[in-house]
Design a binder for this molecule. Sequence first.
Ligand SMILES: [Zn+2]
Length: 254
Amino acid sequence: MLKTKIALALSLAMAWALYPVSTEAQPATQLKDRRYYEERGDIVWEVPTSDKFIAFTFDDGPDPRRTPEILKILEENKAKATFFVVGDRVERNPEIVREELRLGHEVANHSFHHPSFQGLKESSMASEIAQTQESIRKVTGHTPALFRPPGGFYNEKLIHISKQNNLQLILWSWHQDTNDWRAPGVQRIVNKVLNNARNGDIILMHDFVYKSSQTPEALKIILPELKKRGYSFVTVSELLSHKVAPRNHIKVNH
Ligand SMILES: [Zn+2]
């Protein structure tokens, strides 16, 4: 019995030695929180502003079916938006990207193949970004100023590469992640946006989805309602130009 116990203890000790629980410190990037990157201006989640502006963003397009439909709804509501496009779809649908710009929307970089950036080599990250800049430039003559990584992944390397390409890294308001790509129901998308809407929001939606899209139907309800509340819909770059520095509370003596 004792022998078995010793053998067991020994094998456990060996297993421990072979497969130690990782005590390695997390990479520094993951220890820093949103505030660190936000204060430095490295990443934007939303824009503090006293103006009643909201930025709608549509990812993963252009898509020959959905994008024109969304463009029409935006037009009907005098809304400008930002399209984070995927390079290889840009090359397949160049006329849609030109139309986005012609209508006054912003076209921004969302990588070339939409890979997961997690674990991607630095050189691959760089080429995903550069290739997309080049595609958009080739098709429209326009150079994007904004980049959104697929899945919202970021690290120090990616921040550095974005800066090298003169791209501002843009994510989205945490309270405005509509999950529209999962088709959660039109009303759920509507509620998510309307129940949380506030100045400076960056709303995450998609103009390309694999399954059926509920985004156009939701937009038809969301845009008129927000307009009623006094909001205007602007591109992300326009929203950034309305940023006010958050001020500390000033005590007033009466
Ligand atoms: Zn995406």
